[in-house]
Design a protein around this ligand. Structure first.
Ligand code: NAD
Length: 473
């Protein structure tokens, strides 16, 4: 019987493993330490890599249908513990319980949905002279590193396709949110063979140890662009295969024909869900001058009505910032906005507590070159910018080192499609936001990434093509 509120252990070679040292885990709503997670030693990392290497030999030899059956069962195991995991999720991540539960349910379902995918087989010639076939084979042991904003989903985005295609893995959650991932690692041992999925946790030393470890054949990393560059450098030493999902500074473009009442709620949560700690949240809101004032006032009213607080309390819609480091970054951006006399519109009051709370803040038409527009806030500070011409706004939206996602809002879907096609990002939503699916590629362009997750392109990132030429006759 697994307990969810204590005994957080790593999973190495199918075994529960503790460590001599531990790291503290803080509840961001209270600012207090409420649990300890193992701090993996270098020797334990070696053991995890060796366990994954050993398991790779037999796991890759199983049929994809067998692996799919196990992964679908793994999804069921997660779904069966959704309530326990959701409560733990709120404590460590801060997100209110309903959103926490949705993340766990999505993770379980994601495993089941990915398990039906199959890599293609290409036949380039089937003649009397020769037969040429390309299939896809697994790469080996995958080093998977996840961030703290969607700690479970973004880990499962790696686990599901990597394991389905015959790879094995050592997974590391963020030191800020290790607990649900550790418990999931333990839970899945009831389904997966030992060593197929190993989960380790630790402090800031562990990530670099992993990315430079020669036992990994592939790194799948989600996190900031800054860290992504270090990961790429580290991977170069022995040419590890690499997928990087990095930061963004997504623009939403609101055309003049929108029904403001209809879109305001969707635009608000496209920016502020998860307290705006989403790689694909709207981080620059460009609004046509004809509807600017009306939309600003609607968004300000929603911000006033939304309850910000401890996610464990009923009625809370937005929780705290997940950690002190991120809180300091967002406060620094706000201080810069204040120092430059930008107009700030604040939402509902925040609780008086040691938690990392920041009120929802809309910045009213700041200059394009202000820090709050140019930098990824990753917190509830949204610059709202006025435009009058579509060509001009596209230039401003595209003038960013990032290219993750974006959105267009209009009743004229043809006009919106034309704008979407001109946005230099891997994903664009029209009249919706934050919709991501296992069967659809998610790819950061420019400094937002390297490679793809999800969809067939994402599946094949965990495989290598292998071509066989057979001479006939
Ligand atoms: P981060 O880069 O600080 O950390 C991400 C992970 O990398 C953590 O597990 C961390 O422990 C580990 N890490 C830190 N330094 C490392 C190093 N030198 N080598 C190897 N691993 C290292 O990012 P974060 O603050 O956890 O997450 C926020 C950032 O992630 C934002 O920029 C956000 O946009 C981005 N993000 C991107 C996506 C996406 O899919 N594109 C999704 C979520 C978050």
């Amino acid at each position: 019987m697994i307990s969810f509120d204590r005994d957080y252990a790593m999973t190495i070679g199918g075994e529960r493993v503790n460590s001599n040292e531990t790291i503290n885990v803080i509840n961001p709503a209270t600012g207090e330490v409420f649990a300890q997670a193992p701090d993996c030693s270098r020797e334990q990392l070696d053991e995890a890599v060796m366990a994954a290497q050993k398991a790779f030999t037999s796991w890759r030899a199983t049929s994809i249908d067998e692996r799919a059956t196990l992964l679908s069962k793994a999804g069921d195991v997660i779904l069966s513990k959704a309530e326990e995991l959701a409560r733990l999720f709120t404590k460590e991540q801060g997100r209110p319980v309903e959103g926490a539960r949705n993340e766990i349910l999505m993770a379980g379902n994601w495993l089941k949905q990915v398990s039906v995918m199959r890599p293609p087989v290409h036949v380039s010639e089937d003649s009397e002279a020769q037969f040429i076939q390309t299939t896809y084979v697994p790469i080996g042991v995958v080093c998977a590193i996840a961030p703290w904003n969607f700690p479970v989903n973004l880990a499962i985005w790696k686990v599901a396709p990597a394991l389905l295609t015959g790879n094995t893995m050592v997974l590391k959650p963020s030191p800020f949110t290790p607990l649900c991932t550790l418990k999931i690692g333990e839970l899945l041992q009831s389904v997966l063979p030992a060593g197929v999925l190993n989960v380790v946790s630790g402090d800031d030393r562990l990530g670099p140890w992993m990315t430079s470890h020669p036992g990994f054949a592939k790194i799948s990393f989600t996190g900031s662009t800054e860290t992504g560059k270090k990961v790429m450098e580290s991977a170069a030493a022995d040419l590890k295969a690499l997928t990087l999902e990095l930061g963004g500074n997504d623009a939403a473009i609101v055309l003049p024909d929108v029904d403001v009442d209809e879109v305001a709620q969707k635009i608000f949560f496209g920016a502020f869900f998860n307290t705006a700690q989403i790689c694909v949240a709207t981080k620059r809101l460009y609004v046509h001058e004809d509807v600017y004032d009306a939309l600003r006032d609607r968004l300000a009213a929603i911000a006033q009505a939304v309850k910000v607080g401890n996610g464990a309390e009923q009625g809370t819609v937005l929780g705290p910032i997940q950690n002190q480091r991120q809180y300091n970054r967002v406060m620094d951006l706000l201080a810069d906005a204040k120092a430059n006399s930008l107009t700030l519109i604040e939402g509902a009051a925040i609780p008086e507590s040691k938690g990392y709370f920041i009120p929802v803040t809309i910045v009213d038409n700041p200059p394009e070159d202000s820090r709050v527009v140019q930098e990824e806030a990753f917190g509830p500070v949204l610059p709202m910018l006025k435009f009058s011409d579509v060509d001009e706004v596209l230039k401003r939206a595209n003038d960013s080192p990032f290219g993750l996602a974006g959105s267009v809002w209009s009743m004229d879907t043809d006009a919106a499609m034309k704008v979407a096609e001109r946005m230099e990002t891997g994903t664009v939503w029209i009249n919706q936001a934050l919709n991501l699916r296992p069967d659809t590629p998610f790819s950061g362009h420019k400094a937002s990434g390297f490679g793809t997750e999800n969809g067939m392109d994402g599946l094949l990132e965990f495989m290598r093509p292998k071509s066989i030429y057979l001479a006939r006759g």
